[in-house]
Every structure is written in structure tokens, then in C-alpha cells.
Design a protein around this ligand. Sequence first.
Ligand code: RTP
Ligand code: MG
Length: 156
Amino acid sequence: ANKLGSRKEKTLAMIKPDATDKMGTIIQLIYDAGLTVTKAKMTALSRKEAMDFYAEHQSKSFFNNLVQVVTSGPVVAMEILGDEAVTAWRRLLGPTDSSVARNEAPDSVRANFGTDGTKNAGHGSDSLASAARELEFFFPSTGHGPSNTAKYSDCT
Ligand code: RTP
Ligand code: MG
């Protein structure tokens, strides 16, 4: 807990290529939910990078389609900070399948901006352990440039 007594988490949010044209709306949804964007990067993933990022799904039937979707254009990766950020961001995303999302969570990101079960607008880490791995993937602590540790150290 920080000095205010709240327990904040960090998670990795990724806006997939099919929804980058809605990045403004999606980022607004994040802030409206009381979460904060503490890092952001727009970047294109190579096929190898996409396969590494989704390594846990390599044996799934949808893997090739998933890699295709996520390399079809740039993505926006963000570190999201807030109370129960892992769960909160996945709640904003809605169910994995965009059609299911339209039925069960009509206000969600996937309901509004996703197309189907794989082309579904966004990604969210599924646990704190996944978040740590995925944040390091997009924002390596060994990278060059400002380390981004000073500004938020009081909040985390
Ligand atoms: P994500 O990892 O992207 O936040 O989504 P998730 O936890 O809700 O879903 P997961 O099971 O981890 O699957 C990762 C991504 O693979 C694609 N997918 N396609 N049956 C299908 O066609 C299918 N199932 C999953 C989606 O792009 C999903 O977000
Ligand atoms: Mg997942």
C-alpha cells in the first residue's frame, strides 16, 4: 500500500491494430474508469515479436489468425495504473469474443470496436504475473531513454 493506503496495480493494455483509430475514445474510457495511463507506446510488432508475446497460445487453433491480426498494423501499448487494474481493464474490454461482448457487455471496448473472436480491439494482461512479463516486453527496464521511475514512485 502507498502512503494514501490504496493498493494499486499495473497492467499492460494493448489496443490492437483494428482499433487504433479509436485510441482516443479508448484512452478516455480508461481515465473515466478512474485508471491512469503511466506509459504509452505506438509500435508495430514483427511476426516473431507477436509470436513471442502470445507464446502461451502457440498450440491453439486461432494462433496463426491472432498473429496475423496483431501484425496487421501498429498497436498501442500502455501501462495502466490503478486499483485492481488487471481486472478493471479486462472488465472495460469485455468478453474475448466481440459478438458475445455485444450481448453481455454492450458498453465494452470489444462490443463497440471489435469484429469477432480474434479481431477484438484490445488485449489485457490476465494476472499480475502476466502483467509483469508483458510490461517488460513493451517497456524493457534495460531500454534506453528516461527510466520513468521518478514521476510515479509515490503512487505505486
Ligand atoms: P487477451 O489475452 O487479448 O486480453 O484476450 P483474452 O484473455 O480475453 O483471451 P485469450 O484466451 O487470452 O486469447 C488471446 C487472444 O487470442 C484471440 N482468440 N481468438 N476462438 C478464437 O477465435 C480466439 N480465442 C482467442 C483473441 O484475439 C484473444 O484476445
Ligand atoms: Mg489472455
